[in-house]
Structures are given as structure tokens and as C-alpha cells.
Write a protein that binds this ligand. Structure first.
Ligand code: NAG
Ligand code: NAG
Ligand code: NAG
Ligand code: NAG
Ligand code: NAG
Ligand code: NAG
Ligand code: NAG
Ligand code: NAG
Ligand code: NAG
Ligand code: NAG
Ligand code: NAG
Ligand code: ZN
Ligand code: ZN
Length: 616
């Protein structure tokens, strides 16, 4: 699948620079003094944070969600804090750390690109996330690491290297990721995107050795290089970097804390330093998770899309101690209620000038990208996994059975010929909520810019067999354990939805019915990880989970089985579809030579065109 990103030349990088917000210190804005205090009906966190000697605030996989989740449908308000609110939160937390005389570090584990209009809605000639990253750079991040979404498109990696990395002053880490580019003498050079490691001292003088590791990602663009983690730990620079003993190792990286390669890095360090504290901040699979690889280390993963802010603290003991370290970890719902609760501020004292200027700047960016452009008004929520499929509230049903048949036949000379239309369900990324359906919502829900193809003159009887056969082949593979090989391939390409969905399914199965029935909890994530105690900051009942097939299609046309019709499908699934078509009939062997372009409309445009026609 292709992201809806316009390919841009390097020259155009310079052409589009976001002007810094100029009115951040608007002294005439007294509106905040009229604000009411948060009403007590909002869900507050269950308990205070536990502070240690070293404390961390962690973000990961923010994917451009810097204005937070703004829809009123549940559970979105729980994630409504924007980057300006987060900046104010960090400011107050830093103040608290000073008063407590402890260290507080701010960490990010990558994937800043691809997710909302703020990152992806740039005008022609722009670069994905170039402008939204200007706002992230205004936060006092101590260490950031590169994610796979920084590497799908070379222009994005180059922008990170040239424009973002310098702002982090040596603390943007890419231990195993390089970029190839021309240097100032026009020589081709291959260099780390950021820094391979950083050694620094905290405010309290603690020595830190930090790395930034990416999982074994294989779908990176030309002229970017991802070295396997197993090879990285054998590099002489790595062995040198970890030789000296710091007060703690800070391993930041775009790699999940379970079932991936953190143990390779961890063990390499443990072989040299058996008791030095090791803090790991992972990401990529979009879940909340925590694991202790031994009793003097902890690894935290803090969700996705600014739906989670992670907290980790540790009470350090003497160097060389073999006692257990006391850790705590917490998954915060990012909203002003959470932020104010933990910083003991109220709606009047919470906002900082920087926070307000970031919010204002992001809204201005949104306006300049015209992200509020409204295609139509969604009559109800359309959900990816929280509503039964097929069903009236299923986004997959909406897309396949309603939106494709409308959008793909606009101005199409084949509109009058009956058809069957098929797409992969992974083409949809995020729920569509009741209310205005905007340019931002389209970029968020349906980002993949795939083309539609068709084979004419397939009899309806045959065409109707294709979708069930595609889905059956998928579940056959599952049964025959072929899935693991397929999943491994998807994983190397950066696909993580299957892991995120499994996580949702497990929390629903574990205590969905019981917790929802109790009626005293709002809906949200209910985390069960392998670290001691409860991790969620605000207690929730799990979101309901419904599974859906891998492939979805329009309703069968009301014609006889021998009627010739058009078999329409998205190019992403062409090879699988041809294979299946040649299985459900043998009269003819179909090849790519039989395939034609159906419409210039791309899969990323379908919902908008449908909304314009039907939701207006
Ligand atoms: C708190 O302040 C924000 C703006 O900063 C405002 O939108 C909101 O309505 C206020 N909340 C309450 C509960 O007063
Ligand atoms: C990689 O970058 C170099 C330097 O800009 C360029 O000469 C080369 O053609 C690029 N390679 C590919 C495969 O794009
Ligand atoms: C990354 O760049 C460094 C510095 O130029 C080079 O020594 C190293 O071989 C490169 N690594 C990879 C995997 O390309
Ligand atoms: C790394 O080095 C160790 C010890 O020298 C060796 O056993 C291992 O095979 C090496 N791994 C790789 C991937 O080269
Ligand atoms: C120390 O931590 C380990 C797990 O890493 C646990 O099994 C053990 O009970 C703990 N010991 C003490 C004394 O807390
Ligand atoms: C911590 O773990 C190590 C080995 O994993 C063990 O030898 C040691 O006894 C543990 N310490 C405590 C206090 O449980
Ligand atoms: C779905 O919508 C159709 C048409 O509006 C309606 O007839 C049907 O009852 C709805 N089904 C459900 C389960 O709400
Ligand atoms: C369909 O044709 C009309 C009239 O030429 C045009 O305005 C419209 O943009 C076209 N729509 C699509 C989706 O191509
Ligand atoms: C359509 O397919 C039938 C066989 O299913 C064939 O007899 C016929 O010639 C085809 N028509 C066209 C226009 O290709
Ligand atoms: C919710 O209700 C259940 C069952 O009535 C009770 O056990 C639980 O403590 C309540 N939780 C909260 C957060 O009030
Ligand atoms: C803090 C906050 O906004 N909490 C909201 C979370 O979402 C539920 C609805 O599911 C609201 O009732 C809460 O107020
Ligand atoms: Zn991600
Ligand atoms: Zn990722």
C-alpha cells in the first residue's frame, strides 16, 4: 500500500517552511480567566504518580496526532490533550522534579510521520511532517529515536537529517539507521541519520549512555540503510560505546518490548555490566506494554496516536548493588484532566505561554492545510473493530458496500455494467466519527493511495465466488500455520495492525463483559502487562471488539449467475486475486494482461467522494 504522499524533489524542501507562530504572547487574550474549572463528572486518574530518583515521560508513535483527538464520540475525549497541553504538562512536571530534586527526562520512540493531516495534509511541494515536527522540536526532549515511518520515503528521511536532527543537538538517535546523500563537496556519503549514541549527564549529574535502535525493518526507501540489530551489537563502535559504566543505560528505540530484539541489546550490555540499571523505552506495535528483563531493568511501551503518555520511575541504589530496583510505570490518558490532576494545577493555572502558542500554531497549520474542509456530515460513528461486521456501524461495511460503489462509478463509462468490488480491510486505518467528515478525517481513516483495476466480462456466478475464496484462503493459511510466515513478512514491512487488534481482542475477552456491565467505568484501554501492579492511570472498561475478514467487498449484484460483469479490485491485492480467480474457474487462465484500469479515483479518495454525494 502506498501512503498518500506526493513525491517531492529535494529542491522543494527549502520552498515550504512553516512560519513560526508570531502571536504567541498575546497579552490581550483574557478569555482563559473566564474558564470554569473541570467538572467533577470527568474521569480522573485513579491515583498519584510514584516518583523516583530518575523519572521519565514517554511518547511514541505519535504519527502526527499533535492536536489530540478532537471528536466528541467515545473514547476520543480521553485522548483530547493536544501538544500544547502536553507541553504545559511537561513544564509543570519539570517544576515538580526541581522541587523534589530528582531527574525527569522526556523521551520519544519514533514514528512522527503518517497519521493525520497535520503531518500528511501538506500542499504540493511540501514534505510529510516537516511542519508538524517544528512543534515537537519546541518540547524539551532529552532523547528521541527514529521509527520506520521516518524511512518509507527518502525525502522524509532527508528532511529529518537536515532539519530536525540538528534541533535535538546530538540526542536524536539512529544507532542502526543510515542515510546516503551528497555532502557539501558532492561526494556520496553514507552516515547515521542522527547520532548512533549519546553520553550525557542529567541535571543531578547522573551519567547516561543512550542508544536509539530500530527493529529489523525491511521496507525502507532507497538510500536509507537499516542494519540488523544482531549485527549492530557486534560493531566496534557499539562495543566501545557501552564499555564505560554509566549510572544507567537509556535504551530508546522503535522496537516492541516483547517478542523482538531488545534482548540482543540488553544481553550485550549485561555481559559487560551485570548490575547497571537499564531503562528501555520501546514502541512500534501501538500497544501499552511493560516487561522486566531482569530485576534491575524495566522496558516500557506507550501506545500510539497520542492516546497514551508513558511514565516510568526508578529508585536507584548504590553502584554494584544486586538488590531489586524499585520501579513504577503508568499509562496516562492524555487529556487536561489527567495533566491537571498530576501537576496539581487547575484550568486557570495549567496553561503555559509556550503551551498556548503551540496549540495556536498547530491550529494555524491545520487552517493553512485546509484540514477543516468538510466533505459532508457522517450520520453516526463508523467503527473499525468496535462494531459488528457486517453492520450499519462498521466502517468496513460502509467502505465496501456503500462508498466504493458510489465513488468508483462517478464519471465512469462502465457505471451501467454490474460489478463486484473488492479491497483489503487493512486499507482502512482509523474510525470515522459522527459529525463533519473533513479532509483531516479522510487522511486519518483512509490514507492509502491505491488504484482500482478490473477484469471485464466475468460471469456473476464466478465473480461472486472470489471474495469468499480470498477470505477462505486467508483462514486456511491460518489453520495450516502458514500465517506465521506471512505475518513475519508483513512485520518486516512495518505492518502492526494485527498485533494491535490482537491486543484489543484480548482485553475485551478478558474482562469486557464484566467491566462494561458494572457501568461505573468509561471505555478505554485495559492493560495487562507483565510488570507488577496495575499500569493504567485511569481505569476503564474495555472497548468491545469484533473481528472482521481480511478482504471486503460490495454486495453481490442482483443479476443471474451467467450475466457478464466487471470484477473490480484494488491494485494492492492483484496477484492474490488473480491466483484465486484462476482457482474458482478453469475455463481461462487470467493474467495481468486481462487487467485494466477502472477509474482514476484512488482508494484514499473514496470516502470523501462518497461523503460529498451522500452525506450532504
Ligand atoms: C478549560 O480551558 C479550556 C481552554 O484552555 C477550555 O476550552 C475548557 O472549556 C476549560 N474547561 C473547563 C471544564 O472549564
Ligand atoms: C542514492 O543517492 C545518491 C546521491 O544522491 C544518488 O547518486 C543515487 O542515484 C541514489 N541511489 C538511488 C538508488 O536512488
Ligand atoms: C553507517 O554510516 C557509518 C558512518 O559513515 C558507516 O561507517 C557504516 O558502515 C554505515 N552503516 C551501514 C549499515 O551502512
Ligand atoms: C557476533 O559476535 C559473536 C561473538 O563474537 C558471534 O558469536 C556472533 O555470531 C556474531 N553475530 C553476528 C550476527 O555476526
Ligand atoms: C526481585 O525481582 C524478581 C523478579 O525480577 C522477583 O522474582 C523477586 O521476588 C524479587 N525479589 C525481592 C526480594 O523483591
Ligand atoms: C535478581 O536477579 C538475579 C538473577 O536474575 C538473582 O541472582 C538475584 O538474586 C535477584 N535479586 C533479588 C533481590 O531477587
Ligand atoms: C441498517 O440500516 C438499514 C437501512 O437504513 C435498516 O433497514 C436496518 O434495520 C439497519 N440495521 C441495523 C442493525 O440497525
Ligand atoms: C466528474 O465530472 C465532473 C464534470 O466534468 C467534474 O466536475 C468532477 O470533478 C468529476 N468527478 C470525478 C470524481 O472525477
Ligand atoms: C465474454 O466471455 C465469454 C465466455 O465467458 C465469451 O464467450 C465472450 O466472447 C466474452 N466477451 C467479450 C466481449 O470478451
Ligand atoms: C465498579 O463497580 C464494581 C462492581 O460493582 C466494583 O467492584 C469496582 O470497585 C467499581 N470500580 C470503581 C472504579 O468504582
Ligand atoms: C477526561 C475525559 O475526557 N474523560 C472522558 C473519557 O471518555 C468518557 C466517555 O467514554 C467521558 O465520559 C469522560 O469524561
Ligand atoms: Zn507507529
Ligand atoms: Zn512503527
Amino acid at each position: 500500500m502506498k501512503f498518500t504522499l506526493k513525491l517531492v524533489s529535494i529542491v522543494s524542501l527549502v520552498a515550504f517552511a512553516w512560519a513560526c507562530p508570531d502571536e504567541e504572547h498575546d497579552d490581550h487574550d483574557h478569555s482563559h480567566s473566564k474558564r470554569a474549572f473541570p467538572s467533577t463528572t470527568l474521569t480522573v486518574p485513579s491515583r498519584s504518580l510514584e516518583w523516583g530518583d530518575i523519572n521519565f515521560i514517554h511518547t511514541t508513535d505519535s504519527h502526527g496526532w499533535l492536536l489530540g483527538h478532537q471528536k466528541p464520540s467515545l473514547p476520543e475525549p480521553n485522548y483530547s490533550g493536544d501538544l500544547g497541553d502536553f507541553s504545559s504538562f511537561v513544564h509543570h512536571m519539570k517544576d515538580m522534579a526541581l522541587k523534589k530534586d530528582v531527574d525527569l527526562l522526556l523521551i520519544d520512540s519514533g514514528d512522527l510521520h503518517d497519521g493525520t493531516g497535520l503531518s500528511d495534509g501538506f500542499p504540493v511541494g511540501g514534505v510529510d511532517a516537516h511542519d508538524s515536527n517544528e512543534f515537537l522540536a519546541q518540547l524539551p526532549y532529552d532523547v528521541m529515536a527514529i521509527g520506520n515511518h521516518e524511512l518509507y520515503i527518502y525525502a522524509n528521511t532527508l528532511d529529518m537529517h537536515k532539519n530536525f536532527v540538528p534541533k535535538l543537538k546530538g540526542r536524536y538517535l539512529s544507532s542502526n539507521v543510515n542515510i546516503t546523500l551528497l555532502d557539501e563537496h558532492n561526494n556520496i556519503v553514507n552516515v547515521p541519520v542522527g547520532n548512533r549514541f549519546a553520553k550525557f549527564k542529567t541535571r543531578k549529574g547522573r551519567k547516561v549512555t543512550s542508544l536509539g535502535v530500530l527493529f529489523n525493518f525491511a521496507s525502507n526507501d532507497k538510500n536509507t540503510t537499516v542494519q540488523k540489530v544482531a549485527d549492530m551489537v557486534n560493531e566496534s563502535w557499539f562495543i566501545d560505546a557501552i564499555k564505560e559504566e554509566p549510572d544507567f543505560f537509556l535504551l530508546v528505540g522503535h522496537m516492541p518490548v516483547q517478542k523482538d530484539n531488545w534482548p540482543l541489546v540488553f544481553n550485550a550490555i549485561r555481559a559487560v555490566h551485570p548490575t547497571t540499571p537499564i531503562l528501555i523505552f520501546g514502541g512500534h506495535t501501538h500497544i501499552r506494554d511493560c516487561v522486566q528483563l531482569d530485576n534491575r531493568s524495566m522496558a516500557l511501551e506507550s501506545g500510539r496516536y497520542m492516546e497514551t503518555v508513558g511514565w516510568l520511575s526508578a529508585k536507584l541504589d548504590k553502584k554494584g548493588s544486586t538488590k531489586n530496583i524499585t520501579f513504577s510505570r503508568r499509562y496516562l490518558d492524555p487529556n487536561r484532566v489527567t495533566y491537571q490532576f498530576h501537576t496539581k494545577t487547575n484550568n486557570r493555572t495549567f496553561d503555559t505561554p509556550l503551551g498556548k502558542s503551540i496549540t495556536k500554531g498547530l491550529n494555524k497549520l491545520s487552517a493553512s492545510f485546509d484540514l477543516g474542509f468538510t466533505f459532508g456530515t457522517a450520520p453516526n460513528d463508523f467503527l473499525l473493530s468496535r462494531a459488528p461486521f457486517p453492520g450499519n456501524s462498521s466502517l468496513l461495511t460502509l467502505f465496501a458496500a456503500e462508498a466504493m460503489p458510489v465513488a468508483l462509478t462517478i464519471n465512469n463509462t462502465r457505471a451501467s455494467i454490474p460489478n463486484v468490488m473488492i479491497i483489503n480491510s487493512g486499507s482502512q486505518r482509523f474510525d470515522v466519527y459522527q459529525g463533519p467528515f473533513t479532509k483531516n478525517d479522510q487522511l486519518t481513516a483512509s490514507p492509502f493511495a491505491d488504484s482500482f483495476l478490473f477484469i471485464p466480462n466475468i460471469t456473476a456466478g464466478i465473480a461472486n465466488k472470489v471474495l469468499p475464496a480470498l477470505n477462505h484462503a486467508g483462514s486456511e493459511n491460518k489453520r495450516r500455520e502458514l500465517l506465521s510466515a506471512w505475518e513475519r513478512e508483513l512485520y518486516a514491512k512495518g505492518e502492526v495492525d494485527m498485533i494491535y487488534r490482537k491486543w484489543l481482542e484480548e482485553m475485551d475477552r478478558r474482562d469486557g463483559v464484566e467491566r462494561r456491565a458494572a457501568g461505573n467505568l468509561t471505555m478505554g484501554y485495559v492493560t495487562q502487562d507483565s510488570c507488577p501492579g496495575v499500569g493504567d492511570d485511569t481505569l476503564h472498561a474495555p472497548l468491545p471488539f469484533f473481528s472482521s475478514p481480511d478482504f471486503i467487498g460490495s454486495n453481490p449484484p442482483a443479476v443471474s449467475d451467467d450475466t457478464p460483469i466487471d470484477l473490480v479490485f484494488v491494485d494492492f491485492i492483484e496477484s492474490q486475486l488473480l491466483q484465486i480467480l484462476n482457482g474458482v474457474q478453469t475455463a481461462k487462465t487470467f493474467t495481468t494482461a486481462d487487467v485494466q484500469v477502472y477509474t482514476p479515483v484512488l482508494s484514499s479518495e473514496v470516502l470523501g467522494l462518497y461523503a460529498q454525494k451522500v452525506w450532504n
